[in-house]
Design a protein around this ligand. Structure first.
Ligand SMILES: [Zn+2]
Length: 676
């Protein structure tokens, strides 16, 4: 740990101007700073090095920009510093210009046909090449000694197999990869992604280990030159810092939009790395092919408010500069979100969720990750829309963070679990926590090898039998004692697979599976096969704790289709079987509610994010909501005041039996209520 952690005392409002090479032709330092100040930004990110050197470089393999006729980076950085704006250097070592590749063909990424990837004159280079392993460090050294930057960011680090057009080029077969993989595993490189192939599974571990080793090496190298420099996602040399994520859209991404992107990206950073700043950026543009047109201004605002509501900092990213950007539709709502943060910046720092529920997820970047992300997203939605208070933690951080804070742990289809992670979960359940697990859980280890018994001891009493497609099946509810949301239906629909298993005799069962039934012609659409004893949910005991098992994938179904039937099932599982206490009152499902606190202080911030503008696949201005009543379960001794931050108004409230009821007369896009 270094002494000079400037980021600990700097209010964080981040703007990334992703400069094109031509932006340096006529860039004006004064204008640049003025534009930053008009947003209240306190951190600017500027392209410096890698694919293009945006300053005069002495290094022969660092491609010199021919457009350096505007103010220099040195002048711009000085101007920023004069206004207390910190500057992050943006670098990208994933590609080199064709002319550099021609001098060093061995640096290139090579696909399974032996071809390189030349994208419009930029050639993809491999992480294991001499360029990234050695030469990039020289570029970093020059950048950090020539330019007085405060931090550094690496774009497209690690193993990159896709190009900007979304084409996938597979597993790199270059000489460096071949050599290194052989040295580490004794095997030849796999040519295809196939989880059934043990060599491919060991390649996945190889990728993970070499990426970690590379990141560590680069972070340590930087700290040896400039210990004061902040590095994105440096959990190697620092105990604090920043982790940057993106909320973005893409032409070819499957719908629905992940409408909690800003909230979820922030939750996992704050839940997994609580001493790090979460800087989740709203990406201005629609997709790479449409970099100059913005997504809805209200979508951008929503992402920023979701970030604030979950303890994150505002962050905006656009292509080019603010003064020459051609679609300015997002500027005003983004300014408003930044200014809200600026007005309340002393309150909005080092905040964490006040909650006793956590949902665990595989490592994921922008939604692409290990494990069943759709199941995770669906359960995330169900929790949010029923107003449960919860954290997200990456499975990789469970051992480090522990689970002692939580009463309820949710595993959404986490098929692969490391033995040490499983032990921490088992211990928490044994000591009294409730585990809710959906889909397939704990069937593989972290190397993705299949296990002969479940990674979780608390699930070993359940013996798996078979996995079968369940389209056309139902769950029959003979008993409505546990239902509230499901009170007017005797059936729950199911799609995807059902995971048949044998349960211990004392397991409590909820619902009975009717196996797939005929669904056409109408004359034949009735229960031909009788209901079985296979449950929709089962509850077992383990030590002092409880395990609730959902042997299907309700999260996936809800995320894809959003049916009320699935939402009602999940609501009853969470509220009635697991007995979680959500925020009550009359908040509609479209309002996300979070409760934040700061260690050692006795205030709470109740944040309300109005998502009512999300309609179909568009994001409009949210409706003004009126006459809201919010009931917050709160373990406080007393409540003296409730103040709405947007207008400083004291709101009427009542307080009894650890339950705070607040009357909120109106809610626009976002608000935070300060409870003292
Ligand atoms: Zn390679």
């Amino acid at each position: 740990m270094t002494q000079n952690q400037w980021w600990k005392n700097h209010h964080w409002r981040f703007i990334q101007t992703n400069l094109r090479e031509i932006d340096m032709q006529d860039i004006d330092a004064k204008q640049y700073v003025q534009d930053m100040l008009s947003f209240g930004a306190t951190v600017a990110m500027i392209n410096t090095s890698g694919i293009i050197a945006s300053y005069p470089t002495k290094l022969p393999y660092h491609y010199q920009s021919p457009y350096l006729t505007g103010d220099s980076l040195k002048t711009i950085i000085e101007a920023c510093h004069a206004h207390d704006i910190r500057v992050m250097a943006r670098t990208d070592f994933s590609k080199v210009r064709r002319v550099i590749y021609e001098q060093h063909p061995d640096w290139a990424f090579v696909d399974t046909d032996g071809q390189i990837v030349d994208y419009e004159g930029d050639v993809h280079v491999c992480i294991n090449s001499e360029y990234q392993q050695t030469y990039a460090l020289e570029i970093i050294r020059e950048t950090l000694t020539e330019l007085d930057v405060d931090g550094i960011f690496f774009n497209m680090g690690g193993y990159v197999s896709g190009d900007y057009s979304g084409r996938q080029h597979g597993i790199c077969q270059c000489g460096s990869c071949r050599r290194r993989f052989r040295e580490m595993t004794g095997n030849e490189l796999p040519r295809q992604a196939d989880l059934a192939d043990p060599v491919y599974r060991s390649y996945l571990m190889f990728r993970r280990e070499t990426t970690t080793a590379y990141n560590r090496k680069v972070c340590e190298f930087i700290k040896s030159i400039r210990p004061d420099v902040l590095i994105n996602h440096d959990t190697y040399t620092e105990d604090s810092g920043f982790i940057r994520q993106e909320s973005n859209t893409a032409w070819d991404r499957a719908l629905p939009h992940w409408q909690y992107s800003g909230s979820e990206n922030t939750k996992w950073v704050r839940g997994s790395f609580p001493t790090f700043i979460s800087s989740n950026t709203t990406v201005d543009f629609i997709d790479f092919p449409s970099r100059h047109v913005a997504v809805s201004p209200w979508q951008q605002a929503l992402r920023l408010y979701q970030g604030l509501a979950n303890g994150g900092m505002p962050d905006y990213y656009l292509i080019g500069r603010l003064d020459n950007h051609r679609d300015r539709s997002g500027f005003e709502p983004i300014r408003q979100a930044f200014q809200f943060h600026a007005r309340h910046q002393e309150l909005f720092r080092d905040l964490r969720a006040d909650c006793r529920t956590v949902i665990l997820a595989g490592d994921h970047w922008g939604g692409h990750g290990d494990g069943d992300m759709q199941e995770f997203f669906g359960l995330y939605r169900a929790l949010t829309e029923a107003h449960h208070l919860f954290d997200v933690m990456l499975l990789s951080q469970v051992v480090r963070q522990g689970l002692a804070k939580y009463q309820t742990i949710i595993l959404p289809g986490c098929a692969a679990l490391a033995a040490e992670t499983a032990t921490v979960i088992d211990q928490a359940v044994h000591q009294g926590a409730t585990l809710i697990s959906s889909g397939l859980t704990g069937r593989r280890n972290e190397r993705l090898d299949e296990l002969s018994e479940n990674a979780l001891a608390c699930l070993r009493a359940v013996k798996p039998l078979a996995e079968r497609p369940a389209r056309g099946a139902y769950f029959q509810l003979d008993d409505h004692a546990w239902t509230e949301a499901l009170r007017d239906t005797d059936l729950v629909t199911i799609d995807g697979d059902y995971f048949y298993a044998e349960y211990p005799a004392d397991a409590e069962r909820y619902g009975r599976l009717i196996p797939p039934q005929p669904y056409g012609p109408p004359e034949r659409c009735y229960s031909l096969y009788p209901a079985t004893d296979y449950p929709a949910a089962a509850r077992l005991h383990y030590g002092q704790g409880t395990v609730i098992l959902l042997p299907w994938q309700p999260g996936r179904l809800f995320q894809r289709q959003g049916y009320a039937n699935t939402a009602a099932f999940l609501s009853d599982v969470l509220g009635r079987i697991a007995e979680l206490q959500p925020i009550g009152g009359n908040l509609p499902p479209m309002v996300e509610s979070t409760l934040l606190y700061r260690d050692g202080e006795d205030f709470r911030l109740l944040c309300l994010v109005n998502g009512s503008g999300h309609f179909g696949n568009s994001f409009y201005k949210p409706l003004t909501l009126t006459d809201l009543r919010v009931q917050v379960p709160l373990a406080a001794k007393t409540v003296r005041s409730v103040t709405r931050l947007s207008d400083g108004e004291a709101l009427p409230f009542s307080w009894q039996e650890q339950r705070l009821t607040i009357e909120v007369d109106r809610l626009e896009a976002f608000d935070a209520l300060l409870i003292r």
